[in-house]
Design a protein around this ligand. Structure first.
Ligand SMILES: C[S@@+](CC[C@H](N)C(=O)[O-])C[C@H]1O[C@@H](n2cnc3c(N)ncnc32)[C@H](O)[C@@H]1O
Length: 266
């Protein structure tokens, strides 16, 4: 059974992760098309890093909406928007990705980043995203393939065991990155473009923070997926690699962009 609440993160985490994801974020805005006068929705907007960035890139006629299930995130996003004087063109509200409070075909472009990994039913969320996108509008989704998390260590068995535990038990949909293409194709989206990006870190402390290694290891211990002795060996091996300046960890993040079908004329 997956522990849903265990996969959620704080605003501080999102801000730190946002620095690592800067290139990916910028690329996603490009793939959304011209933001100048477009209406754009960011689903699972978190603290509003992307709604604010897109609001800054939009022109006077551009409109950006962000929704998130977490009311604290939405309040923070709204505050950032007000402080930057963007309230006219950027708005946020609390909503569920699987039940969007918007009409059909309302947006020119729809985006989500690291959302689907948290959802037990990503197909329902994508159907909602497609519904609110206008025909020929753009959809851009970014998700991590947690199964690809790879760490240089001699403790390969523990490393593989933890990577699999994370992908299958920490996240409701931990393989979401590798599944984006199939999901979009099944939803009838057209012109799917895939851009997998490998993010890597050589700083062990930052890697532990970004991958929430303490939490994952604690849950693995609680679930008896890992013994205390194995966990000590694992941590010692990582520390040793770090001291020798040999620590390396990477994970694949997939950017998938596509277009909603035009309305068929019979
Ligand atoms: C990893 S964060 C990413 C946030 C943001 N996209 C970013 O890149 O900074 C995932 C976000 O999805 C939100 N979320 C999770 N389940 C959701 C749902 N069913 N509907 C809307 N948002 C959801 C969480 O509250 C969280 O803010």
């Amino acid at each position: 059974m997956v522990e849903h609440s265990r996969s959620y993160v704080s605003a501080d985490y999102l801000i730190m992760a946002g620095r690592l994801f800067e290139g990916i974020k910028q690329r996603s805005y490009e793939l959304l098309g011209d933001l100048g006068a477009a209406s754009v929705l960011d689903i699972g907007c978190g603290a509003g890093l992307d709604t604010v960035s897109m609001g800054l890139q939009a022109g006077e006629r551009g409109r950006v909406w962000g929704i998130d299930l977490d009311a604290e995130m939405v309040a923070l996003a709204q505050r950032r928007t007000r402080e930057l004087g963007l309230a006219q063109r950027v708005r946020h509200r609390v909503a569920d990705a699987c039940d969007l409070p918007f009409g059909d075909a309302q947006f020119d472009a729809v985006r989500s980043e690291r959302l689907l990994m948290h959802l037990p039913d990503p197909t329902a969320a994508l159907a909602e995203a497609v519904r609110v996108t206008r025909p020929q509008g753009r959809l851009v989704m970014i998700d991590t393939d947690w199964g690809s998390l790879s760490t240089a260590t001699a403790e390969v068995e523990i490393e593989r065991c933890l990577a699999r535990f994370r992908a299958e038990k920490i996240f409701p949909n931990g393989y979401s990155g590798r599944r984006l293409y199939g999901l979009m194709a099944a939803a009838g989206l057209q012109g799917i473009v895939l851009e997998p990006v490998a993010i890597h870190l050589t700083d062990l402390a930052l890697w532990r923070f970004i991958t929430r290694a303490d939490d994952v290891e604690r849950f693995a211990l609680e679930r008896r997926v890992l013994s205390r002795e194995a966990l000590q060996r694992w941590r010692a091996a990582l520390e040793d690699a770090s001291e020798k300046k040999a620590f390396f960890g990477s994970v694949t993040v997939v950017i998938a962009a596509a277009q909603r079908q035009s309305v068929s004329v019979s």
